[in-house]
Ligand binder design. Structure first.
Ligand code: DX5
Ligand code: ZN
Length: 221
């Protein structure tokens, strides 16, 4: 089953609870929470307090994407705030193996994220310790950017590796996912589709999510 994860980066922060409930009602599977520290990426967004507030209004799993330096300092706080899944960037972790173990020890599922320029070989030796790999299809930091087309080859290559090694690891794709790109992303082998502006920027969240599912089900050959 494809998983649709609206990114609250593009929600209306002045009425965040209502927007989260609205996408839940519209059929979202997870809520994607983009945490940015102004160092790893230029933007500053939100932290464990807001994550915990979001956890208080929804029953959906919180998929926390940490775009921060030294994420190991905050993993436990996000787990306590109610994150079901915590993903850390390869580029931000000096001791990646240990940080992934820390996430699982804190009771969350562990994800690892690759920037567009980071090769798949960076995760060769941790693939067996993660529940999910998040492939960035834009450079992190901002919503509403254009999908980087060569990401599709990267998703296909990762799909092959995961299948060959018979691992139960989900592939998530984040950045520029919209009605024009989602079918190709699905065809390449993604399981989880993050979308910020394409969902929160639309008039009718349910119609958009339904249209996503149709495109995933029936991709152009
Ligand atoms: C980018 C974030 C994404 C972002 C996606 O740094 O990780 O989750 O919100 O936004 P869209 O879907 O608008 O590209
Ligand atoms: Zn994200």
């Amino acid at each position: 089953m494809p998983i649709i994860a609206p990114s609250i980066l593009s929600a209306d922060f002045s009425r965040l609870g209502e927007d989260v409930l609205a996408v839940e009602k519209a059929g979202a599977d997870w809520i994607h929470v983009d945490v940015m520290d102004g160092h790893f990426v230029p933007t500053i967004t939100l932290g464990p307090l807001v994550t915990s507030a979001v956890h208080g209004v929804t029953t959906l799993p919180l998929d926390v994407h940490l775009m921060i330096e030294t994420p190991e300092r905050y993993v436990d706080d996000f787990a306590k705030a109610g994150a079901s899944l915590i993903s850390v960037h390869v580029e931000a972790c000096t001791h990646l193996n240990s940080t992934l173990a820390q996430i699982r020890n804190a009771g969350a599922q562990a994800g690892v994220v690759l920037n567009p320029a980071t090769p798949l070989s960076a995760i060769d030796w941790v693939l067996e310790f993660v529940d999910l790999v998040l492939i960035m299809s834009v450079n992190p930091g901002f919503g509403g950017q254009q999908f980087i087309p060569n990401t599709l080859s990267k998703i296909r290559a990762l799909r092959r590796i995961i299948d060959d090694r018979e691992l139960a690891v989900l592939i998530e794709v984040d950045g520029g996912v919209n009605l024009s790109t989602i079918a190709d992303v699905a065809l390449a082998g993604a399981d989880v589709f993050v979308a910020g502006s394409a969902i929160f920027g639309s008039e009718d969240y349910q119609r958009t999510i339904d249209a996503f599912r149709d495109k995933i089900k029936d991709p152009p050959q």
